[in-house]
Design a protein around this ligand. Structure first.
Ligand code: HEC
Length: 210
């Protein structure tokens, strides 16, 4: 094959850098309107179990219900002997979804979406319209400090939207630095490769002119 002219090598490197950047740059977070609709979905379909503020099924949240509805785990409710018809057994702990340290097990927005889509609402998984699943995911992203970018939530490109850095950011300064590094590392690498390619190409071009 022989050796590639130096300026071509530069171009190849530049393209490589762009290819690396592409999935990062094309990651769609969500739209403000989606998150707003998601808040309504959450209130209707999720808050009974996860709390009005996403605090989880806390004693404080159950205390807002009529006295006869406050014990979710008694027999003939959602306990070991659930309602005779259409009943389900509710786990003792219903986790919080909003606030510091929540949703830690999900690395990206795509993981969060996939879990909700497959497993929630707990008693009727998969029962929501697709757009409601996207909207409620957008709402949770918003509550975790991920800014809207005007692009509709997309389960494919959501893999490029990290969730953990935002969760860490709420926990203090050391998490903050770590989160920022993780978030911008792909940009740094991609940009670095592109810049190196450009520089290499320019050197090759200058050498040729001599
Ligand atoms: C009937 C009660 C109930 C409803 C309604 C419900 N969930 Fe859940 N949810 C649970 C329980 C219980 C768990 C824990 C499941 C487990 O540990 O396997 C859970 C877990 C989750 C988790 C994982 C949290 C973590 O950190 O592990 C997410 C995310 C979630 N639910 C989102 C939703 C969304 C969004 C809705 C509304 C569309 C919803 N849930 C509706 C009961 C419910």
């Amino acid at each position: 094959m022989g050796s590639l002219p130096i300026r071509w090598r530069g171009a190849v490197l530049g393209i490589l850098g762009l290819v690396f950047l592409f999935p990062v740059a094309s990651a769609h977070a969500y739209q403000d309107q989606e998150a707003e609709r998601g808040a309504a979905v959450f209130a209707r379909r999720c808050s009974t179990c996860h709390g009005d503020r996403g605090q989880g099924l806390t004693d404080e949240w159950r205390a807002t219900w009529p006295p006869t509805h406050q014990n979710c785990w008694k027999a003939n409710c959602h306990g070991a002997q659930p309602y005779p018809e259409n009943g389900f057994t509710l786990p003792r702990v219903v986790p919080p979804l909003i606030g510091p340290g929540t949703l830690q097990r999900f690395a990206t927005a795509a993981d969060l979406y996939a879990y909700i889509r497959a497993r929630m609402p707990f008693h009727a998984p998969g029962s929501l319209p697709e757009e409601d699943y996207r909207a409620v995911t957008a709402f949770l992203l918003q509550r975790h400090g991920i800014p809207a970018d005007g692009q509709p939530f997309d389960p494919e490109t959501a893999r490029g939207v990290p969730l953990r850095p935002a969760a860490l950011r709420e926990e203090g300064a050391s998490g903050d630095a770590f989160g920022l590094i993780k978030r911008y590392l792909p940009w740094g690498i991609g940009g670095g490769i592109s810049a190196a390619g450009l520089l290499w190409g320019m050197i090759g071009w200058l050498r040729r002119r001599k």
